[in-house]
Ligand binder design. Sequence first.
Ligand code: PLP
Length: 393
Amino acid sequence: QTPPKPRGRQFFANPGPTNIPDSVLLATAHHTVDFNDPAFAEVYWACIAGLKRVLKTGQEVFLYTGSGHAAWEASLVNLLSPGDVILILESGHFSQSWGRMAKDLGLEVRTVAADWRRGVEIADLQAALAADREHAIKAVGVVHNETSTGMMIPLPEVRAALDATGHPALLLADTISSLGSLDFRMDEWGVDAAVGGSQKGLMLPTGLSFTGVSRKALKAHETARLPKHYFNWGAMMQRPLKSFLGTVPTSFFFGLQESLRLMEQEEGLDNVLARHTRLARAVRAAVQHWSGNNGPQLFCTNPARMSDSVTAVLMPEGHDADALRRVAMQRFNLSLGGGLGPLGGRLFRIGHLGDLNEPMILGTLATVELAIKVGGVPHQPGGVDAALASLAA
Ligand code: PLP
């Protein structure tokens, strides 16, 4: 017998895509407009200006119709040549995937290895840069917020390692699950290519991605020889909108205009970040509480690097995270993120970024605790009370 279809809204606590505010949904459902029309150009350029303010850059931005992978690829093919060395800071599934992409594109990938629960040692990065006296390394790639493990890598420390060694490599940062949720400052932190996507902190549907590009990176682009066509920044610069070689996905920009209004005018960017910190602390308080009695625990063990946009929760030995996620989904209509790559089945992830408030996060935590209870997973009951105490403080 098939179970009855659940009523009420599905609780969506994935770390991306994320919940879309109703006003953004409505704005996105805009009738078709001519993307060459000056009236659209006005909306478009206002969005580009807003995106630059969110990236905290006064430099260039190029956009693509495609998910975050598109912007990853664009950042590599526009800046590097066959056989160039890219040094990737290992952080988890997404740093590995970006590295695999770089290898497939014909780059030599070196890795600063790291414990996924603690994150890379900046001293190891600095040693790798110092040892590279010939400056074979052309780019350093870092995932600012590793969505698979719930860890934030401090970009100012990465920049400082490059500066301390006088290394000229370009700094490429994946901000896909940090932009609009965690503090990110492209120009101040000397990021040369900032990779971003629409479906997380920006609270839009999936399918628009972009790269913030520094002047230094634009110079490197002039001599970069990896093959490219759709992603070619030089060709984009010849277009009236300075992006998009093909049809411009106009509806995204009506949505983006609204999400920028919500972030900048209704709430204020600093308040957006503060809200993410507040909700993340509550999630961590709940998980830390559950971890008693050999319960589920925080995957990230480095307090300074715990992510304010996603929390990965490691299951006790012998308990399957995907079974727990099935209970949450099938019985209670709560969608949680799963473990990626080698972490499959070992952890689940609670996304707490984007359009989210206290009742939504408390509903999620209470339902996770319910799923843990009915799933027979050992834990210390009372995680929701710990979250309440955190929020009340
Ligand atoms: N990088 C990070 C940090 C991500 O979280 C994701 C997706 O979740 C990606 C890259 C890949 O982006 P997409 O799935 O939009 O192609």
